[in-house]
Each structure stands twice: as structure tokens, then as C-alpha cells.
Design a protein around this ligand. Structure first.
Ligand SMILES: Cc1cc2nc3c(=O)[nH]c(=O)nc-3n(C[C@H](O)[C@H](O)[C@H](O)COP(=O)(O)OP(=O)(O)OC[C@H]3O[C@@H](n4cnc5c(N)ncnc54)[C@H](O)[C@@H]3O)c2cc1C
Length: 460
């Protein structure tokens, strides 16, 4: 009798003694829910899920998967638009148990496990009146967000999240544990800051903390007109660096926090934070309130951490999207009018054209200092459509068409880049950044073990 030992059996034999029930295979009742990621997709199920608790176990998993010939996907918060925390028939290295947050207020340093979410870190730091700027969503993983960039409520004042990364503890493809910082493994540190999950598994991030107790902010929703959208883009880009305005043009979805009378109407939804003196907040947001009679005005003084409360729920949808950059001046009445026309043609459950300002502290960092190659751009633009599986092709067609109509065919921000494939990854890492990343990949992951990402193949 011959016994067929599969790669999953092989890896399980190596890992089960150490991980026990933290190793899940498809016969486990918890498998489907544990594998689930935020953005649904068409791939088949993973072969197994390993849930290490520390860097030594991460190293063991990385080695065992390679010995068994299993492809690896590293899963943090599970929010990648490329669905990179999932690999059909392969091993999902699930970092969610590496979620310890350790804050040093005197040194202004936050240390957090590679599976920590933005919400958990922000809540813990908020207790001390401190913060590290992440994005706008609590459930996003801080490692995935940081390694790709990190554009959020504090980035125009404090820089991208990756600009606030002081050091990272990393398990490399050969299982070695190293620290990357300005002084240790400096080329790895350069590549990690923008190059995504290409170079290893980050088990701990060391992040700069700033004092940030209160903000004046929240959500403001006004009627969507071309004039209002163009003005919002100008205000967002020209604003004092303490003011962040993330601008979303969409058809209002039927969700509880949106007044019923507004459901189905084109709206301009702005996520706003004034991070300066809260007493000045009312004046800072006045130009935004003047954009139209508000459908919804949730602006007010609140703890910074409150901006991350109330994470969205609901059924998993396929999310498809395109992304690129635009100059603030390009968002004029004509460009904004095209957005209104495009929204009117979408049949997806939820369709958003999003604009996020860069500039400020982001633009002041020398461009070659990190592998984030987009500091000269002014606005990140994305065209996102969310749809249930049967109609996802129509959503993709809408998103592709919208991106073409809005001129989003050049550089792209990796964290918002959904489509997977070499031609898309090249857009995230243009010019000399690509060449330097390729060389770093050859040094740190020559066999391309970490390839479930916007992949940088190693130089031959
Ligand atoms: C609802 C939503 C809101 C978002 N908001 C923002 C925002 O405001 N600002 C912004 O900049 N981005 C935002 N993003 C994009 C987000 O930053 C990226 O999708 C990011 O990659 C998500 O990280 P994750 O750990 O949650 O995802 P995962 O799918 O778990 O991981 C994504 C990628 O990161 C790598 N990775 C994750 N953790 C590690 C680790 N510890 N070590 C090595 N590699 C790792 C994985 O290999 C994979 O390539 C948002 C995404 C969604 C879906």
C-alpha cells in the first residue's frame, strides 16, 4: 500500500508538535472563519493556517512551509485589496496572535506585534493621550499598512506611518531573526518602508508616538456637486497640516448611520480631523461646512482614538478598484463632473471615488530615503466598486472605465492597488526604486518565498 503524503501533511508533521491547535487544516470547524479576509475573492481555500505566537514560531513556520513546498501568504489584518493574506492550497501565516502592544510614553515609542490592528494600538495609545498615525479604519493591520505606506488622519503633519517606523523585528526567508533600523540592516530597513511584505515577516514594529489627546473631527456629508468636489480637493490639499480631509464621492449606501432620506443620493462624504488645538477646530472646518447644507454632520471635539470606533461590518463583498494620483489643480469642475457621471453609471452595491491629500510632512522627507516613491504627488485617487460575487465583473468594468476616464494610468499607491500582476506592481515602484528593491530582494529573499504581495522578483 502506498501512502500519499501531501505538502500539507508534511508541514503539519513539522508544526503540530509546537503549534498544537494553533495549526488549522480544512477539517477544523474554525477553518473557514479563521481564513476569511476583508475583501472576498474567487480563489479556492488555503491548505492550512498556522497561528504562531512569537518570532521563534514564525521562523519555524516559514522554514516548514518551504521544506514542504507550500506557498506562503502572510496575513496581518487581512485587509489587502490584492487579497494577499490568502493563498489557494498554500499556508496562511496568520499573525493575529502577535498583537501585544507595549508603549513607552517617556521615550515616545510604541512597540507592537506584527498582527496588531490600527484600532487596538490606537485605543491603547489613546489611554495615554498618545498616538501613531495610521489610516482611517480600526480593523486594518498596522504592519501591512506601514510596509505599504500608511496615509491617514495624521500623515500630512507627522508623515506616512512608515516615516514613523523606528525599527522592525523581522523573520527572513531563511528563518533568521534580525532587527532592521537606520543602524542595523539599513538596506532592509529602506526596502521595508514601502516595499510591502516582500522582504520578510515583521514580528514587531517600533513606532514613534506623538501627543494627541483630542481632535476636532468626524464625518461630514453634503450633497455631491462638481463644484463641491473640486473645492473639497483644493481645501484638502491646501489646508493647514493639522487638518486632514479624506474626500469620498459616492452614492449614499443604505446603512444605519446615513439618514434614510439620503440613501441612493450622490453625496460628498468627508472624513475629517483637525489635530491642532481643539479650540481652533470649528474655524478650521468652517470652509468644509460651507460646501453644502449637510446631510450629516458628526464633527466635534473627541478623543483621537474615537475616530477609529464604529468599524464597518456587513456581508463580505468583492472589492475591486483602481488607483493612481492626481494634481490638486487637475480636480477642476470638468474632472469632478466626470466623477458624477461615472457614479451615475455604476450598478455595484457601493461605488466610491476617493481622494486623499499627500503633501505636508510626507513631501518633506527626501524622496530616496524610503521605498515609498510617491512623495511628489498631491492626491491619491481611487475608484472602488464593491459587489457580491455574481456581479463582480460589472464592478470591475466600472472601476477600470472610471480609472481610465480620470487619467489614473501612471504611478499607484501599493496599499490601494487591487489588481495583482507584474504590470501593476511596477506602477507602485517606479524608476530607481524598483531597481533598488530588486537588489534588496535578491539579498534578503532570493527564492521569492514572500510573493503573495505586489511582488518584486529578485534580481537574477
Ligand atoms: C476598509 C479598508 C480601509 C483602509 N484604509 C486605509 C487607510 O486609511 N490608509 C492606508 O494607507 N491604507 C488603507 N487601507 C489599505 C491597507 O493599508 C492595505 O490593504 C494593507 O496592506 C492592509 O494590511 P493588513 O495587514 O490588514 O492586510 P493583509 O491582507 O493581512 O496583508 C497585506 C499585505 O501586507 C503583508 N503583511 C501584513 N502583515 C505583515 C507582517 N507583519 N510582516 C510582513 N508582511 C506583512 C502581507 O504579506 C500582504 O502582502 C485600507 C484597506 C481597507 C480594506
Amino acid at each position: 500500500m502506498t501512502v500519499n503524503v501531501t505538502p500539507v501533511d508534511h508541514a503539519a508533521a513539522a508544526l503540530r508538535p509546537r503549534l498544537g491547535d494553533r495549526l488549522l487544516t480544512s477539517d477544523d470547524a474554525r477553518f473557514v472563519t479563521t481564513a476569511a479576509v476583508a475583501i472576498d475573492g474567487p480563489q479556492g481555500p488555503p491548505g492550512m493556517i498556522a497561528r504562531p505566537r512569537d518570532a521563534a514560531e514564525v521562523s519555524l513556520v516559514v522554514t516548514a512551509a518551504q521544506d514542504a513546498g507550500l506557498p506562503i501568504a502572510v496575513r496581518g489584518g487581512g485587509h489587502s485589496f490584492g487579497r494577499f493574506g490568502w493563498v489557494e492550497d498554500g499556508l496562511v501565516l496568520d499573525l493575529r496572535l502577535l498583537d501585544h502592544v507595549d508603549l513607552d510614553p517617556a521615550a515616545r515609542v510604541g512597540r507592537a506585534g506584527g498582527g496588531t490592528t490600527a484600532g487596538a494600538y490606537t485605543a491603547a495609545a489613546g489611554e495615554l493621550g498618545l498616538a501613531t498615525g495610521f489610516g482611517d479604519t480600526a480593523s486594518v493591520g498596522i504592519a501591512g499598512l506601514t510596509l505599504g505606506g500608511g496615509v491617514g488622519y495624521l500623515s500630512r503633519r507627522d508623515g506616512l506611518t512608515l516615516d514613523n517606523l523606528i525599527a522592525a523585528d523581522v523573520v527572513l526567508a531563511d528563518g533568521r531573526q534580525v532587527r532592521a533600523s537606520a543602524d542595523e540592516e539599513p538596506e532592509l530597513f529602506w526596502a521595508l518602508r514601502g516595499g510591502g511584505g516582500n522582504f520578510g515577516v515583521v514580528t514587531r514594529l517600533h513606532l514613534r508616538l506623538v501627543e494627541q489627546r483630542q481632535v476636532y473631527g468626524g464625518v461630514l456629508m453634503v450633497p455631491l456637486t462638481a463644484r463641491a468636489l473640486a473645492d473639497a480637493a483644493t481645501i484638502a490639499y491646501d489646508a493647514d497640516e493639522n487638518l486632514t480631509v479624506m474626500v469620498n464621492a459616492l452614492v449614499a449606501p443604505p446603512v444605519p448611520f446615513v439618514p434614510e432620506a439620503v440613501h441612493g443620493k450622490p453625496v460628498l462624504m468627508m472624513e475629517i480631523a483637525w489635530a491642532g488645538d481643539p479650540a481652533d477646530g470649528e474655524a478650521a472646518v468652517a470652509p468644509l461646512r460651507a460646501l453644502g447644507a449637510p446631510y450629516l454632520d458628526l464633527l466635534g471635539p473627541k478623543p483621537y482614538a474615537a475616530l477609529f470606533e464604529g468599524a464597518p461590518g456587513g456581508p463580505m463583498l468583492h472589492g475591486v478598484g483602481r488607483t493612481g494620483f492626481a494634481a490638486a489643480a487637475a480636480v477642476d469642475d470638468g474632472w469632478a463632473g466626470r466623477v458624477l457621471d461615472l457614479l451615475a453609471t455604476s450598478t455595484a452595491a457601493m461605488t466610491i471615488v476617493g481622494l486623499r491629500p499627500l503633501g505636508g510632512a510626507i513631501a518633506r522627507v527626501p524622496h530616496e530615503a524610503t521605498a515609498f516613491a510617491h512623495r511628489g504627488h498631491e492626491l491619491v485617487v481611487s475608484t472602488t466598486a464593491m459587489a457580491p460575487a455574481p456581479v463582480v465583473a460589472a464592478a470591475q468594468a466600472w472601476s477600470d472605465g472610471a480609472a481610465a476616464a480620470l487619467g489614473l494610468d501612471g504611478d499607484a499607491y501599493a496599499n490601494f492597488l487591487g489588481p495583482v500582476g507584474p504590470e501593476h506592481s511596477r506602477r507602485a515602484y517606479p524608476g530607481a526604486t524598483w531597481d533598488r528593491l530588486v537588489a534588496a530582494k535578491a539579498a534578503y529573499d532570493p527564492r521569492n518565498v514572500f510573493r503573495s504581495n505586489h511582488n518584486v522578483p529578485p534580481a537574477r
